[in-house]
Design a protein around this ligand. Sequence first.
Ligand code: BT5
Length: 258
Amino acid sequence: MNEHSLRKKLSKLDIGGLRYFDSIGSTNDEALAWATSGAPDFSLVIADEQTHGRGRLDRKWFTPKRSGLAVSLILRLPASHLPYFSRTGGLAALSIAETCSGLGLAPRIKWPNDILINSKKVAGILIENIWAGDEVDSLVIGMGVNVYKDSVPPAELLQFPATSLEDELGKNPPAREEILFKILSAFTHWRERIGTDELIQIWEKLLAFRGEQVQVSGDIPITGELLGLESDGSLRLRDASSKSVIVRFGDVSLRPGA
Ligand code: BT5
């Protein structure tokens, strides 16, 4: 993967701009700075290696050289999409999941934003917003996808098992440019449908642990049966007293001992 091959592969998409780095701290940091100084909608920051890749809540994201995709997509939402702002994570998760399905794999979305294959994490998403007063000026959607085996961090660094497309396919995956093209094509498709029920239905079908007892982390962990999604992308659980509980933040895991 290099700047030339990326530009060539992505030329059929309507991209706002592209900044490519052989190595960078974090593509999200670069994208946040670029968005603040006026990057056009659908601009991309892509790196072959990240030295300080970030996950959520200050966690680290591992992207060694020549191993995976580290991409930050800058979005400027048209006014008509603002009411669906909270669905953006779903767009990204669905786009990566559909790309995995297209490769013959069976992905699941661990709410809110992890993509799993065979119960192991193959991709993660970090969304950061830039505000102008009370309004969102732009969003940076950071996507990390483990393509080759070398992208998988050592087990001792992980709280959750990880995998790569190469491991799951048992053979060489398509080139990273090709995988990114598919993810961005799916993203474009779903972005045009951000306000539809279809988006929520398909996203919901791909949820990991549906019908199972889960725990959602947070100040007070919430446990219950994972039922599905609300129309804003929040998670719906049924607690022990059969009451419906809506969760907006947190990480889902299977309930220990369930
Ligand atoms: C995420 O956070 O999963 C979001 C990851 C977003 C990464 C992209 S890459 C492009 C852009 N630029 C950035 O700097 N970030 C974004 P979270 O759910 O908090 O998961 C983080 C946890 O995943 C870590 O604490 C590790 O346990 C684990 N982890 C780190 N690297 C991993 C990898 N390559 N594959 C699987 N798990 C990993």
